[in-house]
Write a protein that binds this ligand. Structure first.
Ligand SMILES: [Zn+2]
Length: 316
């Protein structure tokens, strides 16, 4: 499939979806607390779960035959609260400004993965996490998450420990997914951080603050060259595909804390878990100090439709 043909098809799709939305009246239900009904000031409202005129990120491992046109990635769906299709792209309305203490979601990687809803499909069900020398990843993730929760709660924050299934349209001041790696050899060492795409503007900041504090306190190298599509296209970031995802406004990141398959990394994660938790808490604290709630939830997000098209391959 050449890129120009794909773009032509996608643009045609945009026109068709706009026409369908206009014909159907396009009423957004806004059924999730904190997420407003999309108001089409100068565009067309698309209700939650209805198709948006843009494509999903391409993930070769993740094509869903039930939804795909052969060779074309699946279309995106409007998130809880709906979206507005307008001339310059897709507008995600800002949420109702939350009140009270700031809220932090810590997702425990692979926790209750057998209980995911149908929309998350079977691929995730099989992702049970890594293990090495009798240590299960989900147990390490849970141990560190509980220590993070204790430390942040003591600082006055509200902390949700979140299983594989993210609450529908999850809204928080920050969301962090915890995982640990395995390479099957014991050679690799280090941590990795990533955020998704087509989301709010503060996620690079979140990753930077976590990276600095985590490197400083754990002494682990930044293993960024092994960052994968499984991280940048992580399902919990993908509001355009799953209703059970972090809301587009929620600053979100994923941290691979180290390699369970590496003796040094595993010792750190198992025997010095409180220090690991402190490193993460300090990074989250720096982000929260730097980016106030009024910024995170203060503006609608505009997702340009062309950002979802594959980048052209370099010309020879
Ligand atoms: Zn994992």
């Amino acid at each position: 499939m050449n890129v120009r043909r794909l773009v032509v098809i996608a643009v045609a799709g945009f026109v068709v979806v706009v026409a369908i939305v206009i014909a159907s009246g396009g009423v957004a239900p806004g059924s999730v607390p904190g997420l407003p009904v999309a108001q089409p000031a100068n565009g067309v409202a698309v209700q939650a779960g209805a198709p948006l005129p843009m494509l999903q990120d391409i993930d070769p491992e993740d094509l869903d035959p039930a939804r795909d046109i052969p060779g074309i990635p699946p279309v995106a769906l409007a998130p809880p609260g709906g979206a507005v299709v307008q001339a310059n792209g897709i507008r995600i309305p800002k949420p109702v400004m939350p009140s009270g203490p700031r809220r932090i979601g810590i997702q425990v990687g692979h926790w209750m993965t057998d209980q995911v809803p149908a929309e998350l499909g079977t691929r995730i069900t099989f992702q049970t996490g890594t293990s090495w020398a009798g240590v299960q990843e989900v147990d390490v993730n849970m141990d560190v998450a509980q220590r993070i929760k204790a430390q942040l709660t003591a600082r006055g924050y509200i902390v949700d420990l979140i299983p594989t299934t993210v609450p529908v349209g999850y809204l928080a001041d920050v969301f962090l997914a915890l995982h640990a790696d395995g390479d099957g050899t014991g050679e690799n060492s280090g941590f990795k951080l990533a955020h998704g795409s087509r989301r709010g503007p503060y996620e690079e900041n979140l990753v930077a603050q976590l990276r600095d504090e985590y490197a400083k306190l754990t002494g682990l190298p930044n293993d960024f060259e092994h960052t994968t599509r499984n991280m940048t296209a992580y399902f919990a970031f993908n509001w355009g595909r799953y209703q059970h995802a972090a809301a587009a406004h929620t600053p979100a990141a994923i941290l691979e804390m180290g390699y369970l398959s590496n003796d040094h990394d595993r010792d750190l994660l198992v025997n010095r878990a409180d220090g690991v938790a402190t490193a993460i808490v300090n990074g989250l604290q720096r982000f929260l100090d730097d980016v106030p709630r009024s910024k995170i939830f203060g503006e609608d997000l505009i997702v340009p439709p062309q950002r979802s098209f594959p980048s052209p391959s370099p010309r020879p």
